[in-house]
Design a protein around this ligand. Sequence first.
Ligand code: KG4
Length: 338
Amino acid sequence: MLVLGVESSCDETSVSIVRDGKEVLSNVINSQIKIHEKFGGVVPEVASRHHVYQVTMVFEEAFKVANVKPEDIDLVAVTYGPGLIGSLLVGLNAAKTFAMMYNKPIIGVHHLAGHIYANAIEHDMKFPAIALLVSGGNTELIYMPDHFNFQIVGETLDDAVGEAYDKVARVVGLPYPGGPHVDRLAHEGKDTYHLPRVYLDDGSYNFSFSGLKSAVINLHHNAEQRKEEININDLCRSFQDSVTEVLVRKTLKLAKEKNVKNIIVAGGVSANKGLKERFMEEGKDFNISIPSIKYCTDNAAMIAVAGYYQNKVFPNKYDDLSLNALASLDLEDTYKNK
Ligand code: KG4
């Protein structure tokens, strides 16, 4: 089965063709990072305009690389939320136009389901599973008794992990998006600043990162005022150790409690080397899957794969051309009510 995936929820225009939920024939990604870098973050208006410029070329390239014809596609899977509304609409309308032109079935895919199913490309997902979803907008621990059954067990009470990474990076003068830069410098430094580990003492699986972020900002600010030298590598390492320790230990605790067969790590921050290393070190007794870096950040292959499984779990539940983009979309409810 050939699935065409389309993703445009933020600042990546991406189209992919995947065979049988596994074999990625093409995964073309046009990233706008360079464009938004000078603003220190994604500017929604600019993002949607660039999606419009790029989308047809990205479609063409995806077919060229995969060496398949539009007529060969069996199903169109497209991100319809959550995300930036102007950005989502571009990919969604392109996907609907394709579906209409070639008379193909279309299904809307939740962006976060896409991140989780990125793992199915290189690993076999085993259930029950838990997913740690860490991105620029989300930090969630999700229990999955089976395919497309998402039960949120814990979430951030304030900042998402990726957001905290990006803010810390900005304060210490690193470019946007800051996560990969902090990760890189952390590997050159030591945990000398001993920043707080926020476990929350309510026994919940929730997270909080705003206190940690403020601790880094204050430390940097006070040092500047006192004209003291800060070791940026050590600060990045201290921040990263604090974040990854809490993420990994809470995830492993839940995995034990639920006796899961698979721990799935997903979202942009799953590209973090420190997180991966800690999972491998502390989670030796668990079956942990983390996607390759190219499938961690936004891409359409993950949407095609999620679409493939969504179609298996909810057969013939196609959308029609009235499918609309939604800036906010709850993961649990989306699939509970199908
Ligand atoms: O999933 P994603 O591509 O976009 C959404 O938020 O949906 O995630 C982007 C986030 C950014 O905050 C970026 O800084 C972070 O993922 N990120 C990383 C790394 N690579 C990307 N954070 C920490 N370490 C990394 N290596």
